[in-house]
Design a protein around this ligand. Structure first.
Ligand code: LLP
Length: 412
């Protein structure tokens, strides 16, 4: 299932030659396949056998409005982590009853907006947060729906920076005693409605074991609550399913859902998931031009500010020349113009390339553009969506005016 393929020696996205896209819109440019986005969203939606199950797409992984709209139309809800993400999903017509609000540091304004919009649930990540939400709901004379995010103390494997479910990670609540007393408090509060339990153990997860274990922990707690006479509407098992960046073989959404729905058969709560990367990663590439060749360096016009994952996590992304017929392969370090040695996009990459060639950095749909910055006063790339043989700009390339718009001289 890949919408980026070579046709007669040129890399295409759906029916469009990516070289033509680079020539028309310039580089660096993020290019996404609409068909891949729909297929990936549907790989969750269509795998559910229980009509109450719901996949809430993790907006943080890819938040372009046009793409969120496609994901909304494919039947997903949304997992958000800020007021900004709330505005984005509301503006594409998301049903508030399909929005989950995660994150350890929700502000008063963000909580207010989410309560006013009657979202499905806040995933509460600390004791203080629960009381803060309750007070704000009281001020608004409203009832806030909440779930408690538990920290199940499970190591999901993978990069240290993206593991979230171990004791000592900042996410969720670890103490069973705290969880139970919060649940008791919430269910007797006139401004809170306890609707679920949630957990999310990490990202780029390559085995279903962690999901099995965290489901067992969540079930254990839900059973304790039942004994106290507290029943829940849903159990949210988070996101985190991995994807193949090189030749890894992660479980599919269908396998994850089969495992969990099977475990949920004996339960009355609905299943909720929060997938990000497994929907967005393989839908996008970053096009970049080789500006200079020096020793074993391909110096390209994209940099760590455009795609941070290699610099931050030493993440490996396949890099391909848009010209497919590669004979004189050499090993290159693909680096950008930013002035630091962590500014690399790939190391030891086997390619044939000459100055002026356009490269595609693959599988950058997730945590690609959304983590881009203006470091070195670089303008963030444009985003382009391909639909069959149609090419649409879904975010313009930034201009110097955009970059400087908020700055003032002290004597202005
Ligand atoms: N739910 C919560 C509460 C999360 O914190 C995350 C991701 C997700 C769902 C979605 O996880 P996914 O299905 O995408 O793995 N920037 C890093 C990844 C950070 C993930 C943060 N949380 C990267 O580029 O690898």
């Amino acid at each position: 299932m890949n919408n980026f393929e070579y046709i007669s020696g040129s890399l295409f996205c759906e029916d469009v030659d990516l070289l033509a896209v680079a020539n028309e819109y310039g580089t660096p440019a993020y290019v996404y396949s609409k068909d891949a986005i729909i297929k990936n969203a549907k790989s969750y939606v269509d795998s559910f056998t229980n009509s109450t199950s719901l996949a809430c797409f993790a907006v943080k992984s890819l938040s372009n409005l046009s793409i969120l709209k496609i994901i909304n139309d494919s039947g997903c809800g949304f997992d958000i982590v800020s007021g900004g993400e709330l505005q984005r999903v509301l503006s594409v017509g998301a049903d508030p009853q399909k929005i989950i609000f995660s994150g350890v540091g929700k502000s008063k304004e963000e909580i207010k907006e989410a309560i006013k919009n009657k979202i499905l649930s806040f995933n509460v990540e600390s004791v203080s947060e629960l009381y803060k939400i309750e007070n704000i709901a009281k001020e608004l004379d409203a009832i806030a729906s909440i779930s408690i995010r538990i920290n199940p103390d499970i190591d999901s494997g993978g990069h240290d920076y993206i593991t979230t479910g171990r004791k000592g990670d900042k996410f969720g609540i670890s103490s069973t005693e705290d969880i139970l007393s919060l649940c008791k408090h919430a269910s007797s509060s006139s401004n809170l409605k306890l609707v679920g339990l949630a957990c999310h153990i990490g990202s780029q997860i390559m085995s279903l074991d962690g999901y099995e274990k965290s489901a067992n922990k969540v079930f254990e707690l839900a059973d304790k609550l039942l004994e106290l006479g507290i029943s829940l509407e849903f159990l949210d098992m988070g996101g985190g399913l991995g994807v193949s960046y090189e030749d890894e073989n992660p479980p599919s959404p269908k396998e994850l859902i089969a495992l969990l729905e099977n475990k949920f058969l004996e339960r009355n709560e609905r299943l909720i998931l929060e997938p990000g990367r497994s929907i967005s990663a393989n839908t996008g590439v970053l096009l970049t031009k080789v500006e200079f060749i020096k020793e074993n360096f391909l110096i390209v016009d994209a940099a760590m500010n455009d795609l941070l994952r290699p610099a931050l996590y030493k993440a490996v992304h396949t890099i391909s020349n848009l010209k497919g017929d590669q004979k004189n392969l050499k090993r290159w370090n693909v680096v950008g113009p930013v002035c630091e040695s962590s500014d690399f996009l790939g190391k030891n990459v086997e390619l044939e390339a000459v100055e002026g060639d356009i490269l595609a950095i693959r599988n950058v749909g997730a945590y690609g553009f959304v983590m881009a910055s203006n470091y070195n006063s670089r303008l963030r790339p444009c985003e382009i969506l391909i639909d069959g043989d149609k090419t649409k700009i879904v975010r313009k390339r930034e201009s110097m005016d955009d970059l400087l718009a908020l700055e003032r001289f002290t004597d202005d």
